[in-house]
Design a binder for this molecule. Structure first.
Ligand code: ZN
Length: 468
């Protein structure tokens, strides 16, 4: 009997660090709906990003390649030679749709390719939608609007009822931005965790400034005390709790349409966020755990057990081969990426695998604009310093372009405080050599510059996210 090919739903929640989900052991119950999905599927405890900001990490997710192979770094677009998972599935008969809330995951960087329908929700309402705009503005004034998660669900539900041709399996890519700054969850989620008594202990004008764009901690030399860090953390957790609620709505809708159990559902994040660890904020110039350790949950009752957890080391590059396996396409194996099929990982012994990640040495636009061309500023040097990570078992090596090394044993030192460089030479040599080989394996892909700042809507959007 030929099994009908399943639907595939890939959800990426921008800027969601693993340790702030309750199913990853966080003390607040931030993610009850994602927790439920994890309880009905497999939760990967050792899932890692390949890069620490949106375009390269998503390009890895959608092409199965590391950034040094796909080339979507700085402001580069994905080259035409690299097929996306949507393109491959489309070729093999899937109906494909994308719903994204960040220009950095869309047409601008070439990641819209292969979708029959692609919704760049960040563009907002058009000038013609006068009534809708008036309602939106009134809700915004009252503090009830979000950063797109609600509209995303509406569009998905509409697509499923009006556009999806039921004879075909579908692939859906969903991207949420709510946990990314600006951190301002809609009511009643706002102040769910940031209590009145904590608000009274801190300077809320300073907290809102950081919640709006944490890069001000670098440009304005802001230091945060414990209460201030806790306040910003509360605002971050409120956004997570909100987006989790929206995922709950989507899952309920899929169940109502009797689609949930016939689908492979994947929930992950592109990267995490620093909340004061190592005196760092935002997601730049770091490969520490708060940034690279991401959530990854697979729900697929047809083949996966429920209430399962796996400590196999896995990465974004594994998603494409996994999705193509489930989707019945063998193209994934011809692409020569380093990714592995997660179903095989779950059944095999993979403990010897080394994971890699990089910070490409980019000065965030916001920082560059604030510096207004001041050369030799320490921040320029700081952000231009490239970083590379190799992680094997509990050991993690971070190397930079100035020749510095940090080596940590995460089992004994999860906060990455004790640098073992010079004290564990066998492990160090092994990881440094592996890192060299990996860096030399880069394909120098052909890419092109993508940004056109003349687009006013794009400029507004990039500014709202703190890019400009
Ligand atoms: Zn991102």
């Amino acid at each position: 009997m030929i099994m009908k090919r399943p639907n595939i739903i890939l959800i990426s929640i921008d800027t969601l660090r693993a340790d702030h989900l309750s199913c990853y052991g966080y003390e607040r119950i931030t993610t009850p709906h994602i927790d439920r999905l994890a309880g009905e599927g497999v939760l990967f405890t050792n899932a890692y990003s390949t890069a620490v900001w949106t375009p390269p990490a998503h390009a890895s997710m959608l092409t199965g390649l590391y950034p040094n192979a796909h080339g979507v770094i700085h402001q580069n677009r994905l080259g035409d030679d690299f097929p996306t998972v949507a393109e491959i599935l489309q070729r093999s008969g899937y109906q494909t749709a994308g719903f994204v809330n960040n220009s950095q995951v869309g047409e601008l960087v070439g990641l819209s390719r292969g979708h029959d329908d692609f919704y760049e929700i960040w563009r907002g309402l058009s000038k013609e939608q006068i009534v809708k705009r008036a309602i939106y503005n009134a809700r915004r004034f009252a503090g009830y609007t979000d950063h797109g998660a609600s509209e995303t669900n509406k569009l998905i539900f509409h697509w499923l009822t009006k556009k999806w041709k039921r004879g075909k399996p579908f692939y859906m890519f969903i991207h949420h931005i709510d946990a990314h700054n600006p951190l301002k969850a809609p009511r009643p989620f706002r102040f769910k965790y940031l209590t009145e008594s904590l608000r009274k202990q801190v300077d809320m004008a300073k907290i809102w400034k950081i919640a709006d764009n944490p890069l001000v901690c670098f440009t304005d030399d802001l230091e945060l005390n414990e209460a201030e860090i806790e306040a910003v953390t509360c605002l971050y957790d409120e956004e997570i709790n909100y987006v989790d609620c929206k995922i709950g709505e989507l899952v309920d809708y899929l169940a109502h349409m009797k689609l949930l159990d016939h689908s492979l559902l994947i929930v992950t994040a592109d990267h995490g966020e620093h909340l004061g660890e190592h005196n760092l904020y935002s997601h730049v110039a770091s490969l520490y755990e708060p940034i690279v350790h991401i959530p990854l949950i697979l729900r697929y009752p047809r083949e996966l057990a429920s209430e399962a957890a796996s400590d196999q080391p896995v990465q974004h590059i594994d998603l494409l081969p996994t999705i193509l396996e489930v989707g019945g396409s063998d193209e994934g194996y011809k692409l020569n990426g380093a990714g592995r099929n997660l179903f095989e990982c779950l059944n095999g012994e993979e403990a010897s695998r080394i994971l890699f990640a990089e910070w490409e040495g980019r000065i965030p636009y916001f920082v560059r604009n604030k510096l207004q061309g001041v050369r030799n500023h320490p921040l320029v040097e700081r952000f231009r310093n490239q970083l590379w990570m190799a992680r094997w078992g509990s050991f993690k090596l971070i190397a930079d372009s100035k020749g510095h090394f940090e080596l940590y044993n995460l089992d004994e030192d999860p906060q990455e405080q004790v640098n073992l460089y010079g004290k564990a030479s066998t492990i160090f040599d092994q990881l440094r050599n592996a890192l060299e080989d990996w860096r030399n394996s880069g394909a120098s892909p052909v890419t092109s510059r993508s940004y056109d700042y003349e687009d006013e809507t794009l400029r507004k959007h990039l500014k709202a996210l703190g890019y400009l």
